[in-house]
Design a protein. Structure first.
Length: 400
């Protein structure tokens, strides 16, 4: 089945030559981009479906490379504590933070969590996300982590929603009655082997941060995960430079995220080790913290992605909003910001079918966003509403 997108204003392809194409048409065949052509005359009498793009601009579908998709309840009440001067760590130590969400998530039924997942995936799609990394991490026991992973697996089978890369993040925090040592032991002897047996996760992630999992505990969990065939991701240096970035470089993990307080020396080590830096500007936005120095990172040619970090402490499920923070608040140019949520994000978050994504070119998956505007830069400049007019999602045209 062919769909032909014509009357396109411009296509920001994000291909290797940074090509911005004008007056071209995109030929989609099933779920793939068959070709990008000057003329569609040869298709005129075919039974293809024709989509008039109306002179609008097109950009690749966004890849949200860091999203804590599945949890119940909320923690908006914690803002009050923050206003009283309590830090994220202090709120967690009072029994709030991740643990509060774990309590609410465990109480929710599978049906409720499934419904929550669908709503959030729809919200992400409405904002142009065509592929999302989804972490577990609000179960924190073997039984509850497997339950979350299995709901994510069900969500993968739903039609007309972003596709998912599933990450197991059992090492997110500990429940009362456990120490970080005892829980790490339980993860290594019970949780991880069962997660591996279940085949429900593609990657493992650890919250490596002073006050949460130590560098040593993180290393043990990550090495065993790698041995079991999982790809590795990390949360590092979110509040302090605690050695997480160093470990990321030593292990050569695929992506080290947050990395807000990582030193330049360590950033360069990560770059040399082929580790992607995953910036999450929504988190400091929600917490009232400073942003990292993006310009310095770009000046050193350090590869980076940006993602939402959607979670109860950072209720941002929109990649364009994250783009707006980088571009309109932090001086990043719209092209570099777009690269970080498309072709760069594809490096840290590949598709399991190995099709290329985050790029518009012959042979890649047909995932692209038709913007409301004829200007491609608009993707990150409408923070109060979605800039997306319609989407081609794996070959299916969806108009909002
Ligand atoms: O990436 N920092 C660790 N995990 C999440 C927050 C989780 C939560 O507060 O519920 C993050 O910001
Ligand atoms: Fe996170």
């Amino acid at each position: 089945m062919r769909t032909i997108f014509y009357n396109i204003g411009s296509i920001q392809t994000m291909d290797e030559n940074d090509s911005l194409l004008v007056e071209k048409s995109i030929i989609v065949n099933n779920n793939l981009i068959e070709n990008i052509v000057d003329s569609i005359d040869e298709f005129e009498s075919s039974d293809a479906k024709f989509v008039d793009v109306g002179g609008r601009a097109i950009v690749p579908g966004f890849i949200d490379a860091h999203n804590h998709l599945l949890w119940a309840g909320d923690r908006f009440n914690e803002h009050n504590l923050r206003m009283q001067g309590k830090t994220y760590a202090e709120i967690a130590n009072m029994g709030g933070g991740i643990m509060e969400t774990v309590r609410q998530t465990r109480k929710a039924s599978e049906k409720e969590l499934h419904r929550i997942g669908i709503n959030r995936l729809n919200e992400a799609l409405r904002n142009g996300t065509t592929f999302m990394e989804a972490k577990s991490g609000y179960g924190l026991s073997t039984e509850h982590e497997l339950r979350l992973l299995s709901i994510v697996d069900d969500l993968k089978k739903e039609q007309n929603l972003p596709s998912i890369h599933s990450t197991w993040m059992g090492a997110h925090a500990v429940t009362p009655g456990h120490t970080y040592d005892s829980y790490t032991e339980e993860i290594l002897s019970d949780q991880l082997p069962k997660v591996l047996d279940s085949n429900l996760a593609e990657s493992a992630d650890v919250f490596c941060e002073p006050g949460w999992f130590s560098v040593e505990q993180s290393e043990d969990i990550l090495r065993s995960s790698r041995q079991g065939g999982l790809d590795l991701r990390m949360h590092v240096d979110e509040f302090k430079d605690g050695g997480g970035g160093e470990l990321a470089a030593d292990l050569g993990v695929r992506t080290a995220d947050h990395a807000h307080h990582t030193s330049m020396d360590t950033r360069l080590k990560m770059k040399d080790a082929g580790v992607m830096t995953g910036f999450l500007p929504g988190t400091p936005y929600c917490n009232g913290d400073e942003w990292p120095n993006f310009a310095a990172v770009q000046g050193e040619g350090i590869p980076f992605t940006m993602a939402t970090d959607f979670n109860p402490n950072c209720y941002i499920n929109s990649i364009p909003f994250v783009g707006s923070l980088a571009v309109q608040r932090n001086g990043m140019n719209p092209f570099d910001a777009l690269a970080s949520v498309t072709r760069e994000a594809a490096k840290s978050t590949p598709r399991s079918d190995e099709l290329e994504h985050g790029i518009i070119k012959k042979g890649s998956i047909a995932n692209f966003n038709i913007l409301k505007s004829k200007h491609w830069e608009s993707w990150c400049m409408t923070p109060s509403s979605s800039p997306i007019h319609s989407i081609c999602l794996e070959g299916n045209y969806i108009e909002f």
